[in-house]
Design a protein around this ligand. Structure first.
Ligand code: MD3
Ligand code: FE
Length: 200
């Protein structure tokens, strides 16, 4: 496993081997069945190209009423629990006693992208965010803690884990594009990204 440090982001290339990746997909299957991914709408009414859902006490939603963490899926049901195999990754890479209360699950199909943004809907930015990439390769862009300026890009591959903590927690970041069909992990192709967060 190699480690890359880019602007305070700790990138663990190949953290999960192919067996561990396949196990994660298996434990995500019932989660995605209980909480089907949906396309959030921004406050301006545009649909995002990424499909999202969550596990844990809280999930992230966005609709005409704005974006927020809430305890239910847009269809009304509680979010499923965060599978233990996913919590184990958080425990291993952060060493924290505190557990995340949200696992946001992003699905990128062909042509999906995510514009540069900051994650600042959480109550306390001193907790890190941990990201797990599964499936197709993604071009991850890392900016600065304020809008604008030079950016750096890194390819994230299936099995990579990224830890964002300290000052990097408020860095602008986004996904420019995925290489659709570059991985065989997901039967229908695409990319799943899990982000573990302490939202409250
Ligand atoms: C840096 N997701 O869900 S993961 C997001 O690949 C998000 O789906 C991207 O940005 C994805 O908000 C990038 C890497 C990531 C996630 C959360 C962060 C980087 C972050 C929070 C703060 C700083
Ligand atoms: Fe983000």
């Amino acid at each position: 496993m190699t480690r890359l440090l880019v602007r305070g982001f700790d990138i663990r290339k190949g953290y999960l081997d192919s067996v561990a990746q396949a196990r994660l997909i298996e434990c995500l299957r019932p989660v995605l069945k209980a909480a089907p991914p949906f396309r959030p709408t921004t406050a301006s009414g545009k649909e995002m190209s990424v499909r999202m859902t969550s596990a844990g006490a809280l999930g992230w939603v966005s609709d005409r009423g704005g974006y927020r963490y809430q305890s239910t899926h847009p269809q009304g049901m509680a979010w499923p629990a965060i599978p233990d195999d996913i919590l184990d990754i958080w425990r291993d890479v952060t060493g924290l006693e505190r557990e995340p209360d949200c696992c946001l699950i992003n699905y990128y199909g062909e042509g999906s992208r995510m514009g540069l943004h900051q994650d600042k809907d959480e109550a306390d930015f001193s907790w890190p965010v941990v990201s797990v990439s599964l499936g197709d390769d993604a071009l991850f862009r890392i900016g600065n803690t304020t809008r604008g300026g030079k950016t750096e890009s890194v390819w994230l591959n299936s099995g990579d884990v990224v830890i964002m903590g300290g000052p990097a927690r408020l860095t602008y970041h986004g996904i420019d594009r995925i290489r659709f069909g570059s991985s065989r992990l997901l039967p229908k192709g695409g990319r799943l990204n899990l982000t573990l967060r302490v939202a409250t």
